[in-house]
Design a protein around this ligand. Structure first.
Ligand SMILES: [Zn+2]
Length: 257
C-alpha cells in the first residue's frame, strides 16, 4: 500500500495523506480512530467547593471534555489493568483544581499527579468566578475509548476520493473567482489557473464544476485521508495505534475461527 504525505501541521495537530487503497480500508481505520484508540479523560470528580454560577454537573461536563496529554505506554485501560478495575497508578491519575480569585479559571491552574499528563490547552476557560466565589475539585482521569464516550476520542478523521479538477474553456472566469474562497483558482488575465496544492483540501470543487461547463471534476481510485488530533496524542501515534488495534482485532478473530 502506497502512502504519500500531503501536508502535516504538528502544532495544529493536522495530517493529510494520499493513500492508494480501497475505501473499505480507509473507513476501517477512520472508525478505529474514532471508536477504539484510547486517550485519558476526566471520569470521576469530587467537589469540595463550588460556589460558581455553574452547577457541579456542568463544571464536571466541561472538565471531562478538556483533552489531556496521553501517555499510552504508562497507562492501561481500567478493564485490562492488573488491579482489575479497582484503580491504581497504572490506570488512573488525579488532577486537582483550586481557585478562589475573581475572573476566569483556566485549565492551566489544574495540577496533575503525573506532570506528563496535563490538560492540553492551558488557556481553555473552565468557569468564571465572581468575588468570594470558590472552586475546589479533585478529578480522576482514566483511559477510555470513543465508543463509550466521545470525550475519549483522540480526534476527527475523514476521507474522500482523490479529486482531479480540469479546466477547459471557462465562459465566465470572474463568476468562478467570486465564489472561490479557498485559493483553488487564480485569475491570470482572463484565464483561470488551478493551484494544484489547494485542490485536495478543497470542499468546494463540486460547486466550481456546477458553475461552469468548462470546469470538470473527476476522481481517481486513491483516497485523501485527513486526521485532526484534539491534542491528547500526536497524529502519527493515533495512526500507529489504530493499526495495532486493527491487527489485534484480526488476530482475535483468527483465534475464534
Ligand atoms: Zn489499575
Amino acid at each position: 500500500m502506497k502512502i504519500e504525505k500531503l501536508s502535516e501541521d504538528k502544532k495544529a495537530g493536522k495530517l493529510s495523506l494520499l493513500i492508494a487503497t480501497e475505501e473499505v480500508f480507509a473507513n476501517t481505520i477512520r472508525r478505529i480512530i474514532l471508536e477504539d484508540v484510547p486517550t485519558l479523560a476526566v471520569e470521576d470528580l469530587e467537589f469540595k467547593d463550588n460556589s460558581s454560577a455553574l452547577y457541579d454537573e456542568m463544571v464536571a461536563l466541561r472538565l471531562g471534555l478538556i483533552p489531556i496529554k496521553t501517555d499510552l505506554k504508562s497507562y492501561n485501560l481500567p478493564g485490562k489493568c492488573k488491579c482489575a478495575g479497582a484503580g491504581c497508578a497504572q490506570c488512573q491519575l488525579q488532577i486537582t483544581l483550586k481557585a478562589n480569585k475573581k475572573g476566569y479559571v483556566f485549565a492551566e491552574e489544574a495540577v496533575s499527579t503525573d506532570p506528563k499528563c496535563t490538560f492540553v490547552f492551558p488557556r481553555m476557560p473552565v468557569v468564571k468566578l465572581l468575588a468570594k466565589q470558590k472552586l475546589d475539585v479533585t478529578m480522576t482521569a482514566v483511559l477510555g475509548i470513543g465508543k463509550d464516550h466521545i470525550k475519549w476520542a483522540p480526534g476527527w478523521a475523514y476521507y474522500y476520493a482523490e479529486p482531479v479538477l480540469k479546466v477547459g474553456k471557462v465562459e465566465d472566469p470572474e463568476k468562478v473567482m467570486e465564489k472561490c474562497t479557498d485559493g483553488v483558482f487564480t485569475l491570470k488575465g482572463k484565464k483561470l489557473e488551478v493551484n494544484e496544492d489547494k485542490v485536495k483540501n478543497s470542499q468546494l470543487l463540486e460547486l466550481y464544476a456546477d458553475l461552469d461547463s468548462g470546469i470538470t471534476l473527476e476522481f481517481t481510485d486513491k483516497i485523501v485521508f485527513h486526521l485532526e488530533s484534539w491534542g491528547a496524542l500526536p497524529c502519527k501515534e493515533i495512526l500507529a495505534k489504530s493499526a495495532d488495534i486493527l491487527i489485534e482485532k484480526i488476530e482475535e478473530m483468527e483465534s475464534m475461527i
